[in-house]
Structure formats: structure tokens, C-alpha cells
Design a protein around this ligand. Structure first.
Ligand code: MN
Length: 288
């Protein structure tokens, strides 16, 4: 029922997005449950903020992404519920609704700071705590106008960080831009898929977004050819070659250098050390 709009908007024979067939029972009360943020380069760059509730992911599209600065209020448009399986999705949507690149930018657990989530949503004021890799501490989503919760009315909310030890004058989207799943950037995610997918029909052509696509596609194609060069070389010199894990880590390192992040990455670990490190996770990931 809650996923009708999600399913209606997508053609799963063309999109790799999960269909959302598995039912899931979410914890109630103030028990921690899943949240994620997906950085989505489509017709425009935005961040999809998703909180698990009642077996689905409540979703808001945040054009500028979350801010750790309590004085910065970020517009968050309430959008259709997504299946819980969507929370692990990262990849390329070749065509149709949301065509573009999806990066799993943050994930972890969220805990409501209220007993009755439904009442909070109806009221338009939901306070909660995040425990992700990048986003932590206390936050609030507030509806800007009267509107309602489900269907009709105004869908705009504001996502605001509360003042606590996890707040600060940091643009977290710029400071920690990479995937928490693959450690890659958009170009890397595209290079793992088919960088040539939009040869004739790009998700965005002109403007800032068009230029971003242009650059990302060029880099993805470059990464592809670098990778096939180096695998040809190592195949000739050393038949056993490197392990998948080593390959992945060296690609992640190259991507890091290209986006000039060494300092940022090491500072990022301040916020990520509570969990297994992204490097470690990259090393265990299998290449597709
Ligand atoms: Mn989106």
C-alpha cells in the first residue's frame, strides 16, 4: 500500500532499483532502526534522506544535503516511501524516473526522540537522533507550512541539526563526499557499471548538472581504460595477479587522489571510527 507510488513511478525491467517485495517489520517506540542518505545525481544533484518506519523508508529529498551547522536550515521535500531494501542500493539508473547515479552517502541507525512517530509526522515536527558514519547526534525535521502528512498539501520540510557535540560549522557534504558502501565517487560508481550508458540521452544536458555529468562520464571512461590497461599488464607479468580486494583499494586510492581528499579523508575518520573503517570495508568488497 505505502509503496504504490514508488512502484508506479518505476519500470523494474529497466531499473536496477529493488522492487520492494520483501515485507519487513520495523521496531516500534524509541528503538533504533535503519536510516540512510543517498546522494543522487539525476536531473539535479540532491540527497535522499530516508528513515525506516513501519516497514518502509520515509523519504525526503534534500537539494543541498544535510548541514552540521544548527543555524543552517536545509529544505527537505517529502517524497514517496521507499522499500527498506532500497537502503543498501547504490548504482546507475539508466533511464526513466530518477535516471542518473545513486551513491550510498551515509547509513546507520536512527532513534526517535518521541514515543509516537505518527503523531509527530502529523504535527510536522519529528525529533530524532542519528548514528551514521557521517551524521550523528540530535536533529529535527519540521514542516514549513500547514500541509498534511500523507498526500496533498505542501510537502516542504526543513532538516535542522540540533546544537550538541556533533554540530559544527562544517559542510559535511563537501567534507565527506564519498560513498560509505564502495568508498567511490560518482565516476567510480559509473565506471563499475556502464560509463557509456548515456551516449545518446543524458539525464541532464545543459547547466551545472549537465556539466557534472559530462565530467563524471569522461572520468568513468578513463578509469575503465586505465583499469583494463593495468589488468592487461598484470596479467602478462604476473598470471596470479592481485586480489580483488587489493584492486578495489588501489582504485579507491586513485579516486581519493583525483578528488584531492587525503586530509579530508583522514579527518573524516574522526566521525567514522566508531564503526569499521571504510578502508577495511573496501578491502573486503568484491569487485563486480
Ligand atoms: Mn532522488
Amino acid at each position: 500500500m505505502a509503496l504504490d507510488e514508488y512502484k508506479r513511478k518505476r519500470d523494474f525491467s529497466k531499473s536496477p532499483e529493488p522492487e520492494g517485495t520483501r515485507a519487513r517489520k520495523s521496531p516500534g517506540g524509541r528503538t533504533p532502526r535503519f536510516f540512510c542518505v543517498q546522494k543522487h545525481l539525476a536531473s539535479h544533484l540532491h540527497y535522499d534522506f530516508r528513515l525506516e518506519h513501519n516497514g518502509v523508508l520515509l523519504s525526503w529529498a534534500v537539494p543541498k544535503g544535510p548541514s552540521l551547522d544548527p543555524s543552517v536550515k536545509r529544505l527537505a521535500m517529502h517524497v514517496e516511501d521507499h522499500p527498506v531494501e532500497y537502503g543498501e542500493f547504490e548504482g546507475v539508473i539508466p533511464s526513466g524516473y530518477g535516471a542518473g547515479i545513486v551513491m550510498l552517502w551515509d547509513k546507520g541507525l536512527w532513534t526517535p526522540e518521541v514515543d509516537d512517530i505518527e503523531a509527530a509526522l502529523k504535527k510536522g515536527d519529528l525529533k530524532f537522533t542519528l548514528d551514521g558514519y557521517k551524521l550523528k547526534g540530535s536533529w529535527v525535521l519540521v514542516r514549513t507550512k500547514g500541509g498534511g502528512w500523507s498526500g496533498g498539501g505542501d510537502r516542504s520540510w526543513l532538516l535542522i541539526k540540533h546544537r550538541d557535540e556533533w554540530a559544527g560549522p562544517v559542510d559535511i557534504a563537501e567534507f565527506a563526499p564519498l560513498s560509505v558502501k564502495s568508498q567511490g565517487d560518482f565516476a567510480e560508481i559509473l565506471s563499475e557499471d556502464n560509463p557509456d550508458v548515456w551516449r545518446s540521452n543524458r539525464p541532464a544536458k545543459g547547466g551545472e548538472t549537465g556539466a557534472m555529468f559530462e565530467k563524471i562520464i569522461a572520468r568513468a571512461l578513463e578509469m575503465r581504460s586505465e583499469r583494463s590497461d593495468s589488468s592487461n599488464r598484470s596479467a602478462r607479468s604476473k598470471p596470479s595477479g592481485r586480489t580483488d580486494g587489493e584492486m578495489t583499494v588501489s582504485r579507491a586510492n586513485r579516486a581519493t587522489k583525483r578528488t584531492r581528499q587525503p586530509q579530508r579523508q583522514s579527518s573524516t575518520s574522526r566521525t567514522t571510527r566508531a564503526r569499521s573503517t571504510p578502508r577495511k570495508r573496501a578491502a573486503t568488497r568484491k569487485t563486480r
